[in-house]
Write a protein that binds this ligand. Structure first.
Ligand SMILES: Nc1ncnc2c1ncn2[C@@H]1O[C@H](COP(=O)(O)OP(=O)(O)OP(=O)(O)O)[C@@H](O)[C@H]1O
Ligand SMILES: [Mg+2]
Length: 247
C-alpha cells in the first residue's frame, strides 16, 4: 500500500479557467518525490491539496489509507514563502509546532538546537524574522517543519532563496535527515539538477496534469561528486530536453 495517495484530484481556483485535472500520484514510504513544472502550472496548489489546506473539488488524499481533509500532525509543510511569525524569535518560531501541543520537552528543545546547527543558523536564535535574510528565513521555516520529525514532508521550493553552495549543502543535510527518519517527501522545485540529486522518482506537472514520471536510477546515498559525473549530466540534459518539448 502506498504511504501517500492522491486519487483523481481536481481543483480549480475561483476565477481560474483551468486547474488541476484528475491527478493521480502515489508515494511509497520513505520515497523522495520531486515535482517539476513551469511557473503557474499548479505545483503549490497540488501541495496544499495534499496537506489538506485546500479541499479538492473531486478526488481525495489518503495518508496511510486515512482520508486527509484538514492539516494533520503527521504532515510537515514548508511554504513557498517562509511564513514565520514576526513577533517570535527564531528559537520560538522553530519550537512553534511543539508549543502548540503544550510546553516543548527537553528532547524537542535538543532537536531544535540540532536542526539549527545543521542548517547553520544556530547563532541567530534570538533574532526576529525581520532581522534575517531571505535564505535565513527559509532555513528557519525548514527547521520548524522538521522539528516534530513528521513522517510526511511537503516542501514548496524550500531552497529557492539560497545561494548554490548553501543549497547543495542543505540538499545533503535534508537527504540524510530524511533517510534517518524514513521520511516520505513531496518536494517542489524548478531546478532539474536539484530534482535529480534529491529524488527517487519525479513527476512533471503541465496543463493541470502529470505529463511525465520517471524513477531516478542514480546511486544511493547521493554524494557531491555525483553532480559532475557524466551519467548525472546526461540525465539532466535528457530531462531538460523532455520538459522543453512538453511545455
Ligand atoms: N488563491 C488563488 N486564487 C485564484 N487563483 C490562484 C490562487 N492561487 C493560485 N492561483 C492560480 O492558480 C494557478 C496555479 O498556481 P500555483 O501557485 O499552484 O502555481 P505554481 O506551479 O506553484 O507556480 P510557481 O512555480 O510560480 O510557484 C496560477 O495560475 C495562479 O495564478
Ligand atoms: Mg508555487
Amino acid at each position: 500500500m502506498p504511504f501517500l495517495q492522491l486519487k483523481q484530484l481536481s481543483y480549480r481556483h475561483p476565477n481560474q479557467h483551468s486547474g488541476l485535472q484528475a491527478i493521480n500520484l502515489a508515494l511509497q514510504k520513505g520515497e523522495f518525490h520531486c515535482l517539476l513544472g513551469r511557473s503557474g502550472c499548479g505545483k503549490s496548489t497540488l501541495l496544499k491539496l495534499a496537506a489538506g489546506l485546500l479541499k479538492p473539488q473531486s478526488g481525495h488524499v489518503l495518508l496511510e489509507n486515512q482520508l486527509i481533509t484538514h492539516p494533520a500532525q503527521q504532515i510537515g509543510f514548508v511554504f513557498q514563502n517562509p511564513t514565520l511569525l514576526e513577533w517570535l524569535t527564531v528559537w520560538d518560531n522553530v519550537l512553534l509546532p511543539a508549543t502548540l501541543q503544550g510546553k516543548p520537552t527537553p528532547t524537542q528543545q535538543q532537536q531544535a538546537q540540532q536542526l539549527l546547527h545543521e542548517l547553520d543558523i544556530a547563532d541567530l536564535t534570538s533574532r526576529y524574522p525581520t532581522q534575517l535574510s531571505g535564505g535565513q528565513q527559509s532555513r528557519v521555516a525548514i527547521a520548524r517543519a522538521l522539528l516534530l520529525q513528521p513522517p510526511l514532508l511537503l516542501m514548496d521550493e524550500p531552497f529557492a532563496a539560497l545561494d548554490a553552495l548553501t543549497r547543495e549543502q542543505l540538499q545533503d543535510s535534508l537527504l540524510s535527515m530524511c533517510a534517518q527518519h524514513q521520511s516520505t517527501v513531496l518536494f517542489v522545485t524548478h531546478d532539474i539538477s536539484e530534482a535529480l540529486y534529491l529524488a527517487h522518482r519525479l513527476s512533471v506537472l503541465e496543463q493541470g496534469q502529470i505529463y511525465h514520471q520517471q524513477a531516478i536510477a542514480l546511486p544511493q546515498p547521493r554524494t557531491d561528486a555525483l553532480r559532475s559525473q557524466p551519467q548525472f549530466i546526461e540525465l539532466a540534459n535528457s530531462l531538460r530536453g523532455l520538459i522543453k518539448e512538453l511545455i
